[in-house]
Design a binder for this molecule. Structure first.
Ligand SMILES: Nc1ncnc2c1ncn2[C@@H]1O[C@H](COP(=O)(O)OP(=O)(O)O)[C@@H](O)[C@H]1O
Ligand SMILES: [Mg+2]
Length: 228
């Protein structure tokens, strides 16, 4: 369970306070599937980065399960991120000159898990995204859709309880984008909480709930069951 209460993110811009997020209250149950929509600059990435413990709010409370993230040390947040959160980004963020399997192993390379086990976990993740046969290819030899599948394998190799995707279809054609969303959705069907930032109505419509931001505020929060 994720629970945000009165989350603010304030930047000093030209000596003035600028609210990238303003009084965000948001509860997402385990296994939820939520889209975050809103115009460019509305605060979507800022919110996702706070949810993923990559960034911290200026004020407010963030509870994940029973942990008060807003009071956690940076090392504790790093641990939570490494154990619980998988990120998928618009530009894939792969090490392009390295192999597919290396990219998927990366989140575990500096952990205590032995190397042969990491390799097995990475192959397992690649199988789940349908890319087992491309393990030895260099990332820069793949298509955009394949690269995003590698990024998804890298996100799920740690078996996260939360997947955060920031415009995951932004660089893909719409048919490939839909396949990527179906793949992400399949992990949600298996119980992983899924939060997707998107501009695309068709992508947003695949989730159970759409939260819309404007100028750092939630202006709409609608469940699919309300829309249908
Ligand atoms: N480090 C920063 N310093 C100042 N302003 C920032 C910083 N990061 C983001 N912002 C501003 O916060 C607002 C929200 O940004 P962002 O979360 O990236 O929006 P979105 O992802 O919805 O496009 C934008 O107006 C952006 O310019
Ligand atoms: Mg953004």
């Amino acid at each position: 369970m994720i629970k945000l209460e009165k989350i603010n993110k304030i930047y000093k811009v030209g000596g003035e306070d600028f609210f990238a997020l303003r009084d965000i209250d948001l509860e997402i149950p385990d296994g939820g599937y939520v889209s975050i929509c809103g115009a460019s600059g509305s605060g979507k990435t800022t919110l996702l980065n706070i949810l993923g413990c990559l960034d911290e709010p200026s004020s407010g409370t963030y509870m994940m399960d029973d942990i008060d993230i807003s009071k956690a040390s940076s090392s504790k947040k790093a641990r939570i991120r490494n154990e619980k959160v998988g990120f998928v980004l618009q530009d894939f963020a792969l090490v392009n000159t390295q192999t597919v399997i290396y990219n998927v192993m990366l989140p575990l390379l500096y952990s205590k898990v032995p190397y042969h086990k990491i390799r097995g976990m990475a192959m397992n993740a690649l199988e789940k995204v349908g890319l087992k046969d491309l393990a030895q290819k260099k990332a820069n030899q793949l298509s955009g859709g394949q690269r995003q599948r590698v990024a998804i394998a890298r996100a799920i190799v740690i078996e996260p309880s939360l997947i955060l995707a920031d415009e995951p279809t932004g660089q893909l054609d719409s048919a490939t984008g839909m396949q990527i969303m179906q793949l992400l959705g399949s992990f949600n069907k298996n119980g992983t909480t899924l939060i997707v930032v998107t501009h695309d109505q068709k992508v947003a419509a695949m989730s159970d709930r759409i939260v819309t931001l404007s100028d750092g505020k939630v202006i709409q929060d609608s469940l699919k069951s309300d829309i249908l």
